[in-house]
Ligand binder design. Structure first.
Ligand SMILES: [Cu+2]
Length: 659
């Protein structure tokens, strides 16, 4: 078998070369990635210390995509961020793959791209060899340094002195990981953080805040069934009886490359190295709804003021990239057994293409009732069971795992879902027992979740960029609030409440916050398109769970993640405005994204409106989330409001009788 492998590899690479893009938004192929590197090399832009933190398709202009017809010639451009690790210089490049030339090469002084994969892989070797680090670890009773997992984080907050060096910096946490351990995150080696210069492959200093907690040596945090059986008093519970799924007539999902159609929906998707799953050109029966929808940033600020904790805030997209950290999904585990699994081609740090297998899942589900009514007199039921289409991936960012995706309904709804699971970040503390429910002592900023383990309070903030194009690009933004009417002759029973509609006319007026008192929501409408009832067609953003940040407005994290200031932002479409915390939040001190884009106060009336929705989870950890967190689901919905003239799912036929 082995000797056939080179032929197989050749066949695969020829297949990759043979497939031209079908759609202007198709992701870059292996041959296009290779071509991009070849052009940069030919132009003399690369050396042996050049790295590629990001390479993606440079998405063509909206007008080009909008007017594209199958068979039209397709102009292809790559966008690459190139880091010269020798010089610590960063460049942006746009490479024209159709005319085979370098279109743009822009130095970006003072900007720091996100963490490279080799910056996760490299530091253990030189951090473990550092005498100050060894001394700090030895003080905590660990003498075999190979038993320590070195975990790379973005630098987070830096002192002015560290910033002035201009160095690229990362921080490395330490967890105890003897050979038989798979989950070191329940064994923090508290108080030892290495500040590292990854370009020089050197430890800048060890930030040792003292020995305060014993290092956990037990096995109760291991997540394999064998260890759980041994560390659980009654062993594993009996498994529930199986549920068998079958689609005897096949799936209703039609997928042609990255184009998908299902029921009345058509769209294009890409798995973006930074943003994860991006939806493009989402249409219902051919009518445009969402030109581009993506999670565009995430930030997780931690709430402990301790010296070795207050710098921690993970920008999971801008610093790490949730696409490239996607899992190879397993049917029957991460997603249903019948899920359609898709691969993605990315490039590694050195520009070499590789395939991430099965990192996108597309599957149907039966979530319950679509609509129903039972006639009381005849007892006849009219019920339509619901079917939904799910697009999902799972990104593992260090200790946390995020299942992220989109759900389409037959009723025209689009749901953005984020499931939070994995392992909460642990702080070693002296106490094995809590003093109770009150937040005192080591539990002042968190909760004791295990012996000598506090999980500090933190928040997860997601920002979604939603370029809605409701029946075209000329849209307006509306806010809806409810209010109780004052008592009076028109409201004698004091029960009246009404819906207030206000037009948000400009960008500066579009920084808006949730309001439970008025059940506030927002709508993007097309004033030029009316339904049969003479209402403008529209899509409504229905918030779900949310939070306000508990960061002081002057705190350095707030400065970097200014999008936290509001739950909703509205801007007029600009292709370069993609990431809510700016293009390069790593080592940033101020946000170059939101706020700022609304300063020119452009009109949001009959213009191409883009919504930015901030969705937050305030996480006060519980013992039940230890040593692994049951999945917590959050998100929001986009629902049609006046887009149709009646329930668009009336025409769903009843299920065939199975008898
Ligand atoms: Cu959390």
């Amino acid at each position: 078998m082995k000797k056939h492998l080179p032929f197989l590899a050749l066949a695969l690479s020829l297949a990759a070369y043979a497939q031209p893009p079908r759609h202007p938004l198709d992701p870059l192929s292996q041959s296009e990635f290779n071509e991009m590197v070849a052009i940069l090399r030919q132009e003399g832009k690369l050396n042996d210390r050049s790295r590629f933190p990001i390479v993606t398709l440079q998405e063509p202009a909206k007008e080009v995509v909008r007017s594209f017809k199958v068979g039209d010639p397709i102009q292809r451009n790559a966008f690459a961020v190139v880091l010269d690790r020798g010089e610590n210089k960063m460049y942006e490049a746009v490479i024209d793959l159709t005319s085979h030339k370098l279109d743009r090469w822009t130095p970006k002084p003072g900007e720091y791209p996100g963490v490279l994969i080799e910056e996760f892989e490299d530091p253990p070797s030189y951090v473990r060899a550092d005498p100050a680090w060894q001394a700090a670890i030895a003080k905590r009773g660990i003498t075999n340094f190979e038993d320590v997992q070195i975990d790379t984080w973005g630098a987070g907050l830096l002192s002015p002195v560290d910033r002035q060096t201009g160095k690229r910096l990362i921080r490395c946490l330490a967890f105890y990981r003897p050979k038989n351990v798979r989950n070191p995150f329940y064994r923090p080696i508290e108080g030892v953080v290495a500040l590292v210069d990854p370009n020089a492959r050197k430890v800048v200093r060890i930030e040792d805040t003292g020995v305060i907690a014993p290092v956990n040596k037990g096995m109760e945090g291991e997540l394999d069934a064998e260890n759980i059986a041994q560390t659980t008093p009654d062993g594993l519970r009996p498994a529930l009886k199986p549920i068998v799924y079958s689609q005897p007539e096949g799936s209703s999902v039609v997928s042609n490359g990255n184009e998908v159609s299902w029921d009345n929906w058509t769209f294009h998707y890409t798995m973006h190295t930074r943003e994860g799953l991006v939806l493009h050109d989402m249409r219902y029966k051919g009518r445009s709804i969402l030109y581009r929808g993506s999670l565009c940033e995430m930030v997780v600020p931690y709430g402990s003021p301790a010296e070795n904790w207050s710098w921690r805030n993970a920008f999971d997209l801008g610093e790490y990239g949730v696409g490239r950290l996607g899992n190879t999904l397993r049917a029957g585990y991460d997603v249903p057994p019948y899920a359609l699994l898709k691969d993605t081609t990315f490039v590694d740090d050195r520009g070499k293409p590789y395939v991430q297998k099965n990192n996108v899942a597309i599957y149907e589900k039966e979530p319950g009732i679509l609509w129903k009514h039972r006639d009381f007199d005849s007892t006849v039921d009219q019920t339509r069971p619901a079917r939904s289409l799910h697009l999902t991936y799972v990104a593992t960012v260090g200790n946390y795992d995020y299942a992220l995706g989109w759900v389409l309904g037959q009723d025209g709804s689009i749901t953005a879902e984020a499931e939070l699971t994995g392992i909460v970040l642990a702080q070693g503390v002296p106490e094995a027992q809590s003093s109770g429910i009150e937040p005192v002592g080591s539990e002042r900023y968190g909760r004791l979740v295990g012996k000598h383990i506090v999980a500090p309070n933190h928040q997860h903030f997601f920002n979604f960029r939603l370029d809605l194009d409701v029946d075209g690009s000329e849209n307006s933004l509306v806010e809806i609030n409810n209010q109780a009417e004052p008592p009076g002759p028109e409201n004698p029973q004091k029960n009246a409440f009404s819906r207030q509609v206000s037009w948000i006319k400009n960008e500066k007026a579009a920084g808006r916050d949730m309001n439970m008192n008025s059940c506030r929501s927002w709508m993007v409408v097309n004033p030029n398109h009316k339904n049969d009832l003479n209402q403008p067609t529209g899509y409504q953003l229905m918030p779900g769970e949310n939070s306000v940040p508990y960061l002081h407005p002057d705190s350095p994290i707030y400065m970097r993640a200014g999008f936290l200031k509001h739950h909703l932002w509205g801007t007029q479409y600009r292709p370069e405005e993609i990431y809510a915390a700016g293009m390069y939040p790593n080592q940033s001190t101020v946000s170059t994204g939101l706020p700022g884009w609304q300063n020119d106060d452009q009109s949001l009336q009959n213009k191409d409106v883009v919504l930015w929705y901030t969705c937050g989870v305030t996480h006060n950890p519980r013992p039940e989330e230890w040593p692994v967190m049951p999945s917590h689901r959050t998100g929001f919905r986009l629902i049609p409001n006046g887009f149709f003239s009646r329930n668009p799912s009336m025409d769903v036929p009843p299920p065939k009788e199975s008898k």
